[in-house]
Design a protein around this ligand. Structure first.
Ligand code: GN1
Ligand code: MG
Length: 357
């Protein structure tokens, strides 16, 4: 991965290049992330990111959303650790250099982002962190924030994009993906349920990307420290955050696993995720929302499957791939997880009731 970035960063943020060692970081699909590691001590390290403008067409919206949240939290919950980008010499939390947007954030020492969960306690702590963020922001008017990606978690839009991709794809790709396409249509009942419940769900400020690598845990005791990656902090529905946690915390392997036999649902991780989320959000969620805890998982897993599949049918232009059929494999992986969620529905609902009581 490339490690270059504009020299101006140093002066804009008043840093001396001699004090740092630069390293690539992160495993996300979207932004390019570098670490500026303080040679003397971890405490003076930074995270430098270039925003992907193909995905985030208006990066200034991210800045605005994060600044609104930052100001609100600073005023009402000053003890809360909110990792926002630093202001540059021009007083901006985003730096436009040669047509590219960069931002610099503080590096949080003694905390670690994990790519996989090995213990249910990690699921509990992570879910608690994301729940806490929404709870603390619940009195900030969500309408002040703008979507940084319009329609990002709009299942209707994602289904339409899939339908369009299917219409326009080549016969070869269509044949290759025929099994996954059938499943996309079979699971359309999730879209129907989404229509039925959408109006009853209040607009809240949600993180929208709650995978395990977007939360920092204490490297010694695994206690939650803070959430990171605030690009999609915007108005949304609670099912987005809990749903993406269920999508990414329950299974012992991630979305890149091509061997479907390895996909499973770990009940202890399920209970820990629900429990951690409710430890913060039980007092905030409405009764109607509480009936949709399991639905949140179906909604997000289905949407992610559609997104991977649509991208595959369009020639994989959004999600980077390491081999030609990777996005198809990712879609199949997600459909398998979805199938297991349905198969285990009764058992999982019992676990949910235990957490709610
Ligand atoms: C993208 O790059 P990353 O991993 O933060 C995507 C998410 C998907 C995820 C799937 C802006 O997030 O919505 O859930 O890939 N983010 C965007 O791995 O599209
Ligand atoms: Mg992200």
């Amino acid at each position: 991965m490339e490690i270059s970035f504009p020299e101006q960063i140093w002066s804009l943020y008043n840093l001396n290049p001699a004090d740092f060692r630069v390293q690539c970081a992160a495993s996300g699909h979207i932004n390019h992330t570098l670490l500026l590691l303080g040679k003397e001590q971890q405490e003076t390290s930074f995270v430098l990111q270039r925003i992907n403008q193909k995905v985030f067409k208006r990066p200034e919206i991210i800045s605005k959303n994060v600044r609104l949240a930052q100001e609100f939290l600073h005023k009402h919950h000053p003890e809360y650790l909110f990792i926002a980008p630093l202001f540059n010499g021009d007083g901006d939390n985003l730096s436009l250099i040669a047509g590219e947007y960069w931002r610099l954030s503080p590096f949080v020492p003694k905390a670690k982002a994990f790519d996989v969960l090995t213990k249910p306690e990690q699921a509990y702590e992570a879910a608690k962190q994301f729940g806490q963020l929404s709870r603390l922001l619940k009195d900030l008017d969500s309408r002040l924030l703008e979507p940084s990606i319009p329609g990002f978690h709009d299942l209707d839009l994602r289904k339409k994009q899939f339908d369009q991709a299917l219409e326009q794809t080549s016969p070869t790709l269509q044949t290759t993906a025929s099994g996954a396409i059938t499943m996309a249509l079979e699971f359309e009942v999730i879209l129907k349920e989404f229509h039925a419940v959408k109006a009853a769900l209040p607009l809240r400020i949600m993180h929208h990307d709650t995978k395990i690598s977007n939360v920092l845990l204490d490297e010694q005791n695994f206690k939650g420290v803070c959430v990171i990656d605030l690009d999609t902090l915007m108005p949304g529905l609670f099912i987005s955050d809990l749903g993406d946690m269920l999508r990414t915390y329950l299974c012992a392997v991630d979305e890149n696993e091509a061997d479907l036999n390895k996909i499973n649902i770990r009940e202890d991780f399920f209970k820990a995720t629900i429990g951690g989320y409710l430890s913060e959000m039980a007092a905030v969620l409405t009764d109607q929302e509480k009936q949709l805890l399991l639905f949140s998982g179906k909604y997000i897993i289905y949407m992610q499957a559609l997104r991977f599949l649509a991208d595959f049918l369009q020639g994989s232009t959004y999600y980077p791939i390491l081999y030609p059929n990777q996005n198809l494999d990712r879609a199949l992986n997600q459909f398998q997880l979805l199938k297991l969620l349905f198969q285990n529905e009764r058992k999982l609902e019992v676990l949910i009731q235990e957490c709610l009581n």
